[in-house]
Design a protein around this ligand. Structure first.
Ligand code: SF4
Length: 830
């Protein structure tokens, strides 16, 4: 039966697959499911998973497929058995995969991991899974302390995944061919650098509940050092990524210009576990940008790194990108500019980019506390940057701070409000005015940082500080955004948690916890019940740790030594700074071997010359415009695409196929498209029409050929012809639409029902939509009606085919939910 169940969920396009760039392999030897424990649009913005998808699919014998957490409305359908839970590419049930690899991005996604296993029918506990189940592995920032997840996973990967993930797949393939047992597989995996098999360690606890010992079960497998990717220039980059239909969080090219930050902010885990700093050569960046732009049709590039202003050649790189792509209206953004890196040269360049909010992250309100956390920025720097940003045309500066940092006093919290006010005044001084938004997070001590031994502040203290800050900011006419205290509380438990938390996770999942990072789904009450049911004392995980205490992640080595972390902690107490090693002085953190693993940053004197222009296709001479009318089909799964998603798809397709489209004038130019009407979601169509304005002389046949080469399977241009530039628009000349409705049940007396309806003079119908009521006469809007076996074919002027079907058959709309509706043709005025 035609299944329209997806019409009942929010954003059905999340579950469709078939996007441009998606890879479907029919007969690969190994299936590797990349599972993301969050909703589709969050994952599709995530560069790490895009990299792994591309690296794995580049191997001929591997089929990498994507799987996401279903939104709660979809989970209901899945649990009711109305739709299957499968990957997007081939509809593979996760339980049939060879490897199920989870991205571990943040602690509040852990219950979603449990939920994916559960929905897949895979036993939750690794020890309950034999060779017939997929190998369950995880990687990402949370793998540096994956202990709360240890019960559920067979293995974790610590560190950079590009090379290791293929080695894991190859090891699995060998093992699968050999027909050996699962323990053999785990043994083989443990020999891969960076792979941690938790079941090869026994954790013992003392009477106080602290870890008494981490006992290795294999003599030669005692400590797992993270995996390092030596050189970013040689690293694979997904230049032809999947292009989502849906507007995602970051709907643009994410170009990683550098990995690793050595600034050494003492609260920041990423600043330790991604060391050393490795920059991509600007020439390589430009090559990749060009290739990706052509493959995707995106018009926005984001230069990613922990601190893009630190990139050795940022000024020249921006300048080159700007001059190459300004004519194509391609915007460039720098999401992570650090205070102090906004030079005059950079301001001149960023002035030309599209201006969204400008974020500065002083993290602490006073100079004293900023020194203690090694943030290394003075108030003077910050205000100078704010002045420059306002002067460059930004209207809004977002300031990001933390409360609860070690050693924080009331003056430090007050300092946040005072500093924010001073930033606002810089806007006035710059002569532009300008606003400030203050965001405050709660400090959560993270493993592998100098603050890993520190306590976390309580929910009560967090709320009290937030309240105090809110009042102080209100007095200064500034607004505060803060993270809810209970979510930081939960994050803190899992960040430094141990293996015993597996039971808590399983219980919380049973009690309905999902999407804990999403305010609307997070239930602190359910978590409290889970604490009580499992006898978990959450404060045990928030407490200060003794220096001689065994920490749950002590056997996991991110490269930075404990001695260095302790030394940094001491410096925090003294308020003394540790310099960034990128400036030439190694501070002996322990990461580099100074051969393969070493800092690789661009030397501005050598690498930052203007690179030669790539072979760009000749620009289209602007010798007038032509208008092309297209008829296309939108069938099969593409019926779930909304009008906005369809528009987005065509914008990308035109960019990708390099059709010389014309743009509207103005601040935000748009490609000149117009559609006849917006087709309802769920309706298939063989007669969608759109007009497109392109360069004269390009030709309608060429438009059709090029678009069909990049459009997904179920969207196809059927006809294209040129029309006069000033021809009347589609919406004006449309007269009537022919539909076919295939009913979900056969109705024996359909011919009689049709005859009865046609005999009516009128059939008034009231439609309620968004609080408004509209009345139409369905009979008068109906031009023709023909019954067929189980089908109605109708020609209508106005109205929705399903409304007509309900009126004609007398069935309730719910009974027709699975009817197949096709738009067959449009008649136009002569
Ligand atoms: S070992 Fe030295 S050069 Fe390498 S990341 Fe650490 S501090 Fe920097």
């Amino acid at each position: 039966m035609h299944n329209n169940q997806l019409l009942s969920v929010d954003k059905p396009v999340r579950y469709l697959g078939g996007e441009m760039g998606a890879v479907r392999k029919e007969r690969a030897e190994l299936s590797f499911v990349l599972a993301f424990p969050d909703v589709y649009e969050v994952e599709m913005s995530h560069l790490g998973l895009r990299i792994l998808y591309s690296v794995l699919n580049d191997v001929e014998w591997i089929a990498a497929e994507r799987l996401y957490s279903p939104w709660p409305d979809m989970e209901k359908l899945l649990r009711a058995g109305k739709v299957p839970f499968t990957t997007l590419e081939s509809g593979l049930a996760p339980v049939r995969a060879d490897i199920l690899g989870f991205t571990l991005q943040y602690e509040l996604s852990y219950t979603n991991i449990v939920n994916i296993l559960d929905l897949s029918g895979i036993p939750l506990l690794a020890k309950e899974r034999d060779e017939t189940f997929p190998l369950v592995i995880g990687g990402g920032p949370c793998a540096y302390n994956p202990e709360p997840l240890a019960d559920f996973f067979d293995a974790f990967l610590l560190g950079d995944g590009e090379e290791a993930v293929v080695e894991i797949a190859a090891t699995f393939r060998e093992w699968k061919r050999s027909g050996r047992s699962k323990i053999d597989l785990l043994q083989d995996l443990a020999s891969i650098a960076g792979v941690y098999v938790p079941s090869f360690f026994d954790i013992r606890y003392d009477n106080s509940g602290r870890i008494a010992a981490i006992v290795p079960m294999k003599e030669e497998y005692r400590r797992i050092r993270r995996r390092f990717l030596a050189d970013l220039n040689a690293a694979p980059y997904p230049a032809a990524p999947v292009i989502p239909f849906l507007k995602t969080i970051h709907d643009r090219i994410s170009m990683e210009i550098a990995r690793g930050c050595t600034r050494g902010c003492r609260f920041c885990q990423a600043g330790y576990v991604y060391r050393p700093a490795r920059e991509r050569n600007p020439e390589r960046v430009l090559e990749l940008v060009e290739e990706t732009l052509r493959n995707t049709g995106y018009d926005d590039i984001s230069l990613l790194s922990r601190s893009s202003g630190d990139y050795g050649c940022i000024g020249p790189l921006l300048k080159t990108l700007m001059s190459r792509y300004a004519d194509e209206r391609i915007a460039i953004s720098l999401p992570s500019l650090r205070v102090g890196t906004l030079t005059r040269e950079l301001v001149e360049e960023v002035k030309r980019v599209r201006k969204t909010g400008f974020t500065l992250a002083p993290e602490a309100g006073t100079e004293r506390l900023r020194r203690a956390i090694n943030k290394g920025i003075t108030e003077e720097d910050l205000l100078a940057n704010a002045f420059a940003a306002y002067g460059a045309g930004w209207r809004l500066i977002k300031l990001y701070f933390m409360i609860g940092l070690p050693g924080e006093t009331r003056e430090d919290v007050l300092g946040i409000a005072e500093l924010a006010k001073k930033v606002k005044l810089e806007g006035r001084r710059a002569g532009q005015g300008g606003d400030v938004n203050v965001s405050v997070g709660t400090f959560v001590p993270k493993p592998h940082t100098p603050f890993q031994w520190e306590p976390q502040i309580s929910v009560e203290e967090t709320r009290e500080k937030q309240q105090f800050l809110r009042q102080e900011l209100r007095l200064r006419k500034l607004k505060l955004k803060w993270q809810d205290a209970p979510t930081s509380f939960m994050e803190g438990i899992f960040a430094r948690g141990d293996r015993r938390l597996g039971k808590l996770l399983a219980k919380a999942h049973e009690l309905g916890c999902r999407f804990d990072g999403w305010g609307e789904h997070f239930s602190f009450d359910a978590w409290q019940q889970a604490f009580a049911a499992t006898g978990t004392d959450p404060l045990f995980y928030h407490r200060r740790r003794d220096f001689d205490e065994i920490l749950p992640w002590d056997h996991l080595d991110c490269g930075v030594t404990t001695e260095f972390l302790l030394q940094e902690r001491e410096c925090a107490l003294q308020g003394s700074a540790t310099r960034d090693c990128r400036n030439g002085t190694c501070t002996l953190c322990g990461v580099c071997d100074f051969q393969d693993i070493r800092m690789r940053v661009n030397n501005p004197a050598e690498a930052c010359q203007e690179p030669p222009s790539p072979e760009l296709p000749p620009a289209q001479p602007d010798e007038g415009s032509a208008r092309v009318r297209l008829r296309f089909r939108k069938t099969g799964a593409m019926r779930f695409l909304s009008h906005l998603e369809l528009l987005n798809l065509f914008i990308r397709a035109v960019g990708r196929s390099r059709i010389p489209i014309r743009f509207s004038q103005g601040f935000h130019p748009h490609p000149k498209f117009s559609f006849a009407t917006a087709l309802s979601v769920g309706v298939e169509s063989w007669a969608e029409y759109m007009d497109m304005e392109i360069a004269a002389g390009y030709g309608a046949d060429e438009v059709k050929k090029r678009l069909n080469a990049v459009l997904p399977e179920c969207i196809e241009i059927m006809e294209a012809h040129e029309i006069p530039l000033r021809a009347e628009s589609l919406s004006v000349i449309m007269e009537a639409v022919r539909y076919r409705v295939t009913l979900p049940h056969e109705l024996l007396d359909l011919p009689r029902l049709v005859a009865d309806f046609m005999a009516l003079e009128s059939y008034p119908f009231r439609r309620e939509k968004k609080g408004k009521s509209q009345e139409i006469d369905l009979r008068r809007e109906l031009v023709e009606l023909k019954p067929d076996v189980g089908r109605l074919e109708m020609l209508i002027v106005k109205g929705k085919p399903l409304e007509f079907a309900v009126a004609i058959t007398g069935l309730a709309a719910a009974e027709l939910a699975d009817a197949r509706i096709e738009k067959l043709a449009v008649t136009f005025k002569q």
